[in-house]
Design a protein around this ligand. Structure first.
Ligand SMILES: O=C1O[C@H](COP(=O)(O)O)[C@@H](O)[C@H](O)[C@H]1O
Length: 252
């Protein structure tokens, strides 16, 4: 697994704009190298702000949108039309505004979808979908996985000291009793996240500072799940100054 790299931007707006620029460039590079690219999207304030910045970027069509596979790291298990759905927010921020191939956009099922109100069935279906595009029959090697985090150390919907953080076999799990609303969610597991070539952990704000510093220092993932989110080739922390405030200073 890769060692953590940290890049700090002045504030939340610059963090979102710079990450959008980085994302466009990396996707274009991967497409030039291998024809297509895969990205795992995150919800949350920073994750959606990045997508809005991509939408407004004059460089956005450096991406070949028809050759991009999109997945989600987690989803709030709510009806499809609920404004809190990560998928709905991502579509409004970017996905509805670019010429994606709909067959390559892979949302997690909503609570009023084909699996009804059964999050385990939705999680199992997503695991099957991932397995179907994986060279190892389990999880694809995602080119870039975007993740946010909570101040208590959750990432995707893997919360501290929850059953999800101890999952080693399944790639996707249902989460009940999430401490952050809504209580029912579907999430990639940490071993599935670690199939990614690159994991980008993107967050801003002072409320995240302690979790960031502990994770970068290598805290145990059972207590701080975000510490277990690492890419096989690269683990990149993209922060604003407030979120980086508790990191040890290495520069004058
Ligand atoms: O609920 C969620 O929250 C986290 C972090 O969100 P933020 O607004 O504090 O940045 C996000 O990573 C996750 O995808 C989402 O479901």
């Amino acid at each position: 697994m890769s060692a953590a790299e940290v890049v700090v931007h002045r504030d939340a707006d610059l963090l979102a704009a710079a990450t959008a620029a980085r994302l466009i460039t990396r996707i274009a590079d991967v497409q030039a190298e291998q024809g297509s690219a895969s990205v795992v999207l995150t919800g949350g304030g920073t994750g959606i702000a990045i997508l809005e910045q991509v939408r407004h970027s004059p460089a956005r069509d450096a991406i070949d949108w028809a050759k991009l596979d999109l997945y989600w790291g987690d989803e709030r298990f709510l009806p499809a039309a609920d404004d809190e759905r990560n998928e709905k927010q991502a579509r409004e921020a970017l996905l509805d505004h670019v010429p994606l191939d709909p067959a390559r956009v892979h949302p997690m099922a909503p609570a009023d979808g084909e699996f009804g109100a059964d999050p385990d069935a939705a999680a199992d279906a997503y695991a099957r979908l991932l397995a179907g595009s994986a060279s190892d029959g389990w999880v694809p090697v995602f080119d870039i996985t975007l993740l946010g985090l909570g101040g208590e150390g959750h990432t995707a919907s893997v919360f501290p000291d929850s059953p999800a953080v101890h999952e080693r076999e399944r790639s996707v799990i249902a989460v009940r009793d999430s401490p952050k609303p809504p209580p029912t969610r579907v999430s990639l597991t940490l071993p599935a996240i670690r199939r990614s070539a690159e994991v980008w952990l993107v967050t801003g704000g002072a409320a995240k500072a302690d979790a960031v510093a502990l994770a970068v220092a290598g805290a145990p993932e059972a207590q701080l799940p975000v510490a277990g989110a690492r890419g096989a080739r690269r683990t990149l922390w993209l922060l604003d100054e407030a979120a980086a405030a508790a990191l040890p200073r290495t520069r004058p």
